[in-house]
Design a protein around this ligand. Structure first.
Ligand code: 13P
Length: 245
C-alpha cells in the first residue's frame, strides 16, 4: 500500500506561516501520500493553497455531534466543508488535556466517518505502562474501545504513538515498534477480517529525517505521524523521501 506521511502541526503557527509551509510542500514526494493537519483556523486557507496538489489536509479533532450548543467545538461536517479530508482523533494530548476516553474517541470517530472524513485514531502507552510490560494490552484496549464498525472499509487509519516518545527525541527500539504494529494488525484482522491487512498503521513519536528510513522500513509500518519535524518543510519532505522505494 502507498505509505502516508502525515504532519500534525498541533497549536503552532500564524495563518501566514501555515500557508507558507503548505506551499513549500505542494510538490509532494514520489510514491508517498502527504497529509498536513493545521490548527482549525488555518484549515481552509491551507486547503485552498494546496488545491490541485497531491497533499491532503486534515484536522486534529472534531466533536461527536453533528451540530448543537457546543461552544468552542467544531463538527466533522464543518471540517469537510473547510476542505479537510482526514481528522486525527484520540491523540494522547487530547486524551490528557481534555480527558478524552475511548468512548469519546469512538463517538468522534463515528462522527468523522458519518461526515465522510478519514479518521486517524491514535493509540499509545505511557512510559509507566511500557515499563510495567503493559504496552500491548494498553494499545489493544484503546483500539477495541475507540474504533467503530465500518472503520476499515472506510479506509480508517491507526497511529501508534507511545506517549513518552512524543516531543522527547526518544523512540522505542525498532523491534518494539514492529512488535506493537504486529499486535495492532493482528487485532484489526481478528475483528474486521482480511481487509484490515490494508489498513494503514502509522508510527508517531519523535520521527525525524535521521530515524525515518529505519522506522518506515519496518513491517506493518505504513507511514508516520510527525509532530515537530512537520513544521519545517525540508524536514517533513526528507521524512517523506525516506520511505523505502
Ligand atoms: P513529535 O514528532 O513532535 O514527537 O510529535 C508526534 C506527534 O504527537 C504527532 O501526532
Amino acid at each position: 500500500m502507498r505509505p502516508l506521511i502525515a504532519g500534525n502541526w498541533k497549536m503552532h503557527g500564524t495563518l501566514r506561516e501555515a500557508v507558507k509551509l503548505a506551499e513549500a510542500l505542494r510538490e509532494g514526494a514520489e510514491g508517498v501520500d502527504l497529509l498536513v493537519c493545521p490548527p482549525f483556523p488555518h484549515i481552509h486557507a491551507v486547503a485552498v493553497s494546496l488545491l490541485g496538489s497531491r497533499v491532503a489536509v486534515g484536522a486534529q479533532d472534531c466533536h461527536a455531534a453533528q451540530r448543537g450548543a457546543h461552544t468552542g467545538d467544531v463538527s466533522a461536517a464543518m471540517l469537510r466543508d473547510a476542505g479537510a479530508t482526514h481528522v486525527i482523533l484520540g491523540h494522547s494530548e487530547r486524551r490528557m488535556d481534555h480527558g478524552e476516553n475511548d468512548a469519546a474517541v469512538l463517538a468522534k470517530t463515528e462522527a468523522a466517518l458519518g461526515a465522510g472524513l478519514v479518521p486517524i485514531v491514535c493509540v499509545g502507552e505511557t512510559e509507566a505502562e511500557r515499563l510495567a510490560g503493559l504496552a500491548d494490552s494498553v494499545v489493544e484496549k484503546q483500539l477495541a474501545g475507540s474504533v467503530p464498525y465500518g472503520f476499515v472499509t472506510a479506509g480508517g487509519i491507526i497511529a501508534y504513538e507511545p506517549v513518552w516518545a512524543i516531543g522527547t527525541g526518544r523512540t522505542p527500539g525498532e523491534q518494539e515498534i514492529a512488535a506493537i504494529h504486529a499486535t495492532l494488525r493482528r487485532a484489526l484482522v481478528e475483528r474486521f477480517g482480511p481487509s484490515a491487512r490494508s489498513t494503514r498503521l502509522l508510527y508517531g513519536g519523535s520521527v525525524k529525517p535521521g530515524n525515518a528510513a529505519a522506522i518506515l522500513a519496518l513491517p506493518d509500518v505504513d507511514g508516520a505521524l510527525v509532530g515537530g519535524a512537520s513544521l519545517v518543510a525540508a524536514d517533513f519532505l526528507a521524512i517523506a523521501r525516506a520511505v523505502p522505494g
